[in-house]
Ligand binder design. Structure first.
Ligand SMILES: NC(=O)c1ccc[n+]([C@@H]2O[C@H](COP(=O)([O-])OP(=O)(O)OC[C@H]3O[C@@H](n4cnc5c(N)ncnc54)[C@H](OP(=O)(O)O)[C@@H]3O)[C@@H](O)[C@H]2O)c1
Length: 262
């Protein structure tokens, strides 16, 4: 049985992957989808061209990994594609987030880094030549981002992890792509806080374009997928300019918390 696995499939970018993946891999038998909101996952049956298998669960808790491990060992599927899209961000000064929601920042690390790695480790033995892993990093991975401090650091982990894993897996014919969009119009901002940075507001894009490009870049064997000219520019700037300078510029561009500190 050939399958794709998509975490964070109940909304935004993960949901869009479920919509597009059946057109990318025409021989898929099933898409296994993971998120906490089961009712949202049920709705994917109408959207997907491939039958959907639902794994409702919280990636911050043990149960979902046990169920997935059992399903993988019993059914021994050929995992053609793994998409790690579950993730969240919280914006604001580190100490403000700490006083609003004491656990949020560690949960960001646990979901964006630990859960992504754990799902990858579970799936690796079931990937075969030509299989693909797409990990949702972010343009926030390119350099340190004050006011998105922990989130940007988790995404730097995802970018580094994906590139190194890709190098290791090359000899198996397995391709790993870190997907690094700028702001995408999804429910993400309900959790992170709405965008106040004028540059970020201007560069917001739709999930469909990001996913289409990610699938194309994965097919081309690229280790990184960056959608749109502004984010390509941001990537270039992050390669050329000192990160200390970029961090200062970002702090000055943020009208809210930053003002209190400048
Ligand atoms: N939107 C952006 O601007 C943007 C830009 C760059 C990168 N990204 C990254 O892209 C990925 C997808 O984000 P999105 O924009 O599509 O946001 P979204 O619409 O909020 O989707 C996030 C997904 O993660 C799932 N999720 C959250 N916590 C979970 C948990 N504890 N266990 C299992 N699933 C969980 C959510 O499902 P449930 O709530 O149902 O569990 C949802 O399906 C994230 O990794 C994000 O960091 C987003």
């Amino acid at each position: 049985m050939k399958i794709a696995i998509v975490t964070g499939a109940s909304s935004g970018i993960g949901k869009e992957f479920v919509r597009q993946v059946g057109h990318f891999y025409r021989t898929l038998d099933e898409v296994w989808v993971i998120a906490r909101r089961g009712h949202r996952l049920q709705e994917l049956n109408e959207l997907s061209s491939v039958p959907v298998r639902i794994l409702e669960g919280d990636l911050l808790h043990e149960a979902v990994y046990e169920r997935m491990g059992t399903m993988l060992t019993e059914e021994k599927p050929d995992v053609r594609m793994l998409v790690n899209a579950a993730g969240f961000g919280k914006s604001g000064l580190v100490e403000t987030i700490l006083s609003d929601d004491r656990d949020a920042q560690l949960e960001m690390v646990d979901l964006n880094c630990r859960a992504l790695s754990r799902i990858t480790f579970l799936c690796l033995p079931f990937l075969s030549k030509g299989s693909r892993i797409l990990n949702m990093a972010s343009a926030a991975a390119f350099s340190p981002q004050p006011l998105f401090t922990v989130y940007a650091a988790t995404k730097a982990y995802v970018l580094s992890f994906s590139r190194a894993l890709g190098a290791e897996q090359k000899s198996r014919g397995i391709y790993v792509t870190a997907v690094c969009p700028g702001p995408v119009d999804t429910e993400f901002f309900r959790v992170s806080g709405e965008l106040e940075n004028p540059l970020k507001k201007l560069t917001k894009v739709k999930a469909s374009g990001v996913v289409k490009k990610a699938l194309k870049d994965s097919r081309a064997g690229k280790d990184i997928s960056i959608y749109g000219l502004p984010m390509k520019g941001a990537y270039l700037a992050s390669r050329l300019l000192p990160h200390r300078l970029l961090a200062e510029i970002m702090m000055r561009f943020n009208p809210r918390d930053a003002k209190r500190r400048l």
